[in-house]
Each structure stands twice: as structure tokens, then as C-alpha cells.
Design a protein around this ligand. Structure first.
Ligand SMILES: NC(=O)N[C@H]1NC(=O)NC1=O
Ligand SMILES: [Zn+2]
Ligand SMILES: [Zn+2]
Length: 451
């Protein structure tokens, strides 16, 4: 009998402390030995010479739209894209599926759908809307990692925005339950007013859309959310911050011990307003893409450790919803979850010299810590053997055929990437290898566990 199930030898292990040569031994889906030179037999061996071994990415922000809108993405296609991109855990947002995840029954439906189809592990966000404060307890009971609220129109009819009063009541309840609240922070009053005025004048171009969602709307909402978190003692996570000053507000609040964290997304780090104008619908998102100077500020904040997590905010739709006369009518959401790690390696590591240790912290270790995902995010003995094997120097161009999404849309098509994910393992099992995804859905629900 073999000593181990799997032995991965001669790879370079990436940790939050740096990179080092190490052999990894895996049994029963867990890392059981890590050492520069492991001996002993194994049922299977992988020669990782020349490859970097990252902890599988944890993408805490995707919209896979199942059940109910599986034709927008779905767990099967979405999780294939993740596996191909080196991601082994995702947290699915409570909106864009039908029904939205607002109570125990809808949580169960989503859990079932994901368990049936997902190649990778997952956790689920519950929603926080004006009508479901009384259901937050049951969502917590089901194992939601937290509650997501929109401070502006969500673009989806069955997921209402919260006003400050509802947000306060939701945060009071969440604090009592020991759960965090995540917010989409844009001021509804201002964005609605600006959009209405523009549309009334027939100004519906990309530029008009950009002007209707200014940085000030984002800053205003971030400030209010932090104030409410501070008043209620609720943990707060601000998703997809697109501007430097937004990150500064979070950093200032953290410095005075408010329990707030923030996320940015690869699209804000890689694309700008000009790209949105040039590419149109495929690059539409909210908050919108910003000017180059904002983008540089985001990179600087990233380097300084002021941003805690990077999530993709993968929010696809059928191609028909990406076509409209008015840019305000086009579905807002970028498909990008497959490219998260390769974009960070290309633009962050190779072009800006960000250390791999920082990138793995932002995409795995800190995410697992913030959302209390047991056994994830870190390659230590006893952890789940969730791994992304990466050829850091390989240069590839992203082609439409490479995409595993249900709809092969991406603003990154044609982009030259440096750093190729060659193989992804979930709990020791290969879920992706050189272009091929596994056909077996072994994804399991993760529920937060306090340490
Ligand atoms: N409903 C939805 O997914 N909206 C997302 N799309 C986007 O670009 N920003 C969002 O919040
Ligand atoms: Zn959002
Ligand atoms: Zn989102």
C-alpha cells in the first residue's frame, strides 16, 4: 500500500511569506506533509518542476444565477471557468438567481443546485433587503457567510436596495448573529437622479453612463455604510471599490478599529473608462470603470496592504441583454472569473513587480480568514489540498474558445497573459488540466467557522 494518495514534487510553493521549493504529500484530500524533499510511495505523482503552486483562489464575489437563470451562467459552466482559472472556492451572491437567496428555502435551493453541478467548493451569501430582516436568522442558521445589500438599484426587480434605516436594522441583526454585511456602495439618490436627467435629454452613450455614476456617489455610500457599521458594531465588507479615495475611507476606518474590509476587482485594476468607451457592453459594470489615475491609486493601495480581498464580481448575462440602443439599458456586469489570477500575475506581478506572496494573500489567505472558511486559503499541513499549478513565465493570448463560461464574453479576449494555470486540484483531485475540465461535480458547501 502507498504511503500517500498523491505526491507533488519539485514545485515552488507560494505562501504569504514568500515562495520556496517544496514537495507536497496529500492523503484523503488534505495536505499531510510539506518538505523540501519528501520520500515515500504515492498512488499518483505529479512532477511540478518549473511550476509555482498557489493555494487555490477563493473568489468571494460571483453571480452564477442558478437556480432560475441558469441560462445566464449556472454552476456547471461557472465552476468550470473557475477551475480553469485556478479558483477552487467561490462565494455566490444572493441576487441574479431566481429566487434570490433571501430565506432558508431559497438558500436550500441554491445549495442543492450548486452541489449537483459545481466542480469546486462554495459558500453562499444571503441577501439583505428591506423585506427580509426577519429571515436573517434562518439564513445564518443555514450557513450563509454574511448578508449582501445594495445601496443603489441592483438592476434586478426582486432584489430591492436598502435605505440607511434598513441597512441599520439589518446590521444590528447581523451583529447580533455574528455575521458580516457586504454592501454594494453607490448612492441611489444621486445615481438615479443623474441617470434620469441624462435619459430625459436623450443622452444615453457610454460617456453619459459614466457621468451618471461618479466617484462621489461611491464615496458618499461608503462613508454612510462605515458610519452605520461603527454605530451598530457590525462587521462590514465593501465590495468592488473602484476608486482610490474609497479605499482611503476604509483604511481610515480600520485605523480607528472599525471592523471593515474591502474588495476591488481585476477590471478596475486592468481596464479604464476609455476601455469601456472602446469596448462598450462587454465592459459595462457598476461602479463603472474609472480614469487611469484612479487605477494607479488602486494599485498603490494594493501594494500598501489597504485592500483586503480581490473578487471577480463575475456577473454575466445572455448576449441579448448586452445589446441595447441606450447604454443605460445594457446589462451591467463583467464576465471575468476565469481570468482573475492570470490578470493579477500579468498586470500585478510581471508588470508592477508585486510579490506573489501579496497576490496569494489577497486571493486566498485573507479571503478565507475574513469569511472564516475552514481549511481553505493556505497551504499548511491539515489544510484542504486545493491547488493551482502555474507556469509563471508562459505567455498566452486569451481566445474566445478558451472561455468556459456559458456565454463566451470577456473584455479580456485578445489580451496577452503571462502566467498560465496548467492544473487545478480540489481536495487533491484534479478538476482542471491543460484545457480540460473534470466532468464530476464534487463541490461542497462551506459554512463559516469561527476560530
Ligand atoms: N446585479 C448585478 O449583478 N450587478 C453587478 N454588476 C455590476 O457590474 N455591478 C454589480 O453590482
Ligand atoms: Zn455590486
Ligand atoms: Zn456583484
Amino acid at each position: 500500500m502507498s504511503l500517500y494518495d498523491l505526491l507533488i514534487h519539485d514545485g515552488i510553493l507560494v505562501t504569504s511569506n514568500g515562495a520556496k521549493y517544496a514537495d507536497l504529500a496529500i492523503s484523503d484530500g488534505k495536505l499531510v506533509a510539506i518538505s523540501p524533499q519528501l520520500t515515500g510511495s504515492a498512488s499518483e505523482e505529479i512532477d511540478a518542476t518549473g511550476l509555482h503552486i498557489f493555494p487555490g483562489v477563493i473568489d468571494a464575489h460571483v453571480h452564477f444565477n442558478e437556480p432560475g437563470r441558469t441560462n445566464w451562467e449556472g454552476f456547471a459552466t461557472g465552476s468550470r471557468a473557475l477551475a480553469a482559472g485556478g479558483t477552487t472556492t467561490f462565494c455566490d451572491m444572493p441576487l441574479n438567481a431566481s429566487p434570490p437567496t433571501l430565506d432558508a428555502a431559497s438558500f436550500a435551493l441554491k445549495r442543492e443546485a450548486s452541489e449537483a453541478a459545481s466542480l469546486v467548493d462554495f459558500a453562499l451569501w444571503g441577501g439583505l433587503v428591506p423585506s427580509n430582516i426577519e429571515q436573517l436568522d434562518e439564513l445564518a442558521e443555514c450557513g450563509a457567510i454574511g448578508f449582501k445589500a445594495f445601496m443603489s438599484n441592483s438592476g434586478i426587480d426582486d432584489f430591492d436596495a436598502v435605505d440607511d434605516d434598513t441597512l441599520q436594522r439589518g446590521m444590528e441583526r447581523a451583529a447580533r448573529l455574528g455575521k458580516l454585511v457586504a454592501v454594494h456602495a453607490e448612492d441611489d439618490h444621486l445615481t438615479t437622479k443623474l441617470a434620469r436627467e441624462a435619459i430625459k435629454k436623450g443622452q444615453t452613450s457610454v460617456r453619459d453612463y459614466l457621468q451618471a455614476r461618479p466617484v462621489s456617489a461611491e464615496l458618499d455610500a461608503i462613508q454612510r455604510a462605515i458610519g452605520i457599521a461603527e454605530a451598530t458594531g457590525c462587521s462590514l465588507h465593501i465590495v468592488h471599490i473602484s476608486c482610490g479615495a474609497g479605499i482611503s475611507l476604509v483604511a481610515e476606518a480600520r485605523a480607528r478599529n472599525v471592523d471593515v474590509s474591502c474588495e476591488t476587482c481585476p477590471h478596475y485594476l486592468v481596464l479604464t473608462e476609455e476601455d469601456m468607451e472602446r469596448m462598450g457592453a462587454v465592459a459595462k459594470c457598476s461602479p463603472p470603470l474609472r480614469i487611469k489615475a484612479e487605477q494607479e491609486m488602486l494599485w498603490e493601495h494594493l501594494r500598501m496592504g489597504h485592500i483586503q480581498t480581490i473578487g471577480s464580481d463575475h456577473s454575466p448575462s445572455p448576449t441579448t441583454m448586452k445589446i441595447a440602443q441606450s447604454f443605460f439599458q445594457v446589462w451591467g456586469g463583467i464576465s471575468g472569473c476565469q481570468s482573475l489570477l492570470s490578470l493579477l500575475l500579468t498586470k500585478g506581478h510581471h508588470e508592477r513587480n508585486l510579490p506573489l506572496s501579496l497576490l496569494t494573500t489577497l486571493t486566498a489567505e485573507a479571503v478565507a480568514r475574513r469569511f472564516q472558511l475552514p481549511g481553505k486559503g493556505k497551504l499548511v499541513i491539515g489544510a484542504d489540498a486545493d491547488l493551482a499549478l502555474v507556469d509563471l513565465q508562459a505567455q498566452t493570448i486569451l481566445h474566445t474558445e478558451d472561455l468556459h463560461y456559458r456565454h463566451q464574453q470577456s473584455p479580456y479576449i485578445g489580451m496577452s497573459m503571462r502566467g498560465q494555470i496548467t492544473q487545478t486540484l480540489l481536495r487533491g483531485r484534479t478538476v482542471y488540466k491543460q484545457g480540460q475540465c473534470s466532468t464530476q461535480a464534487h463541490g461542497q458547501l462551506l459554512t463559516p467557522q469561527r476560530r
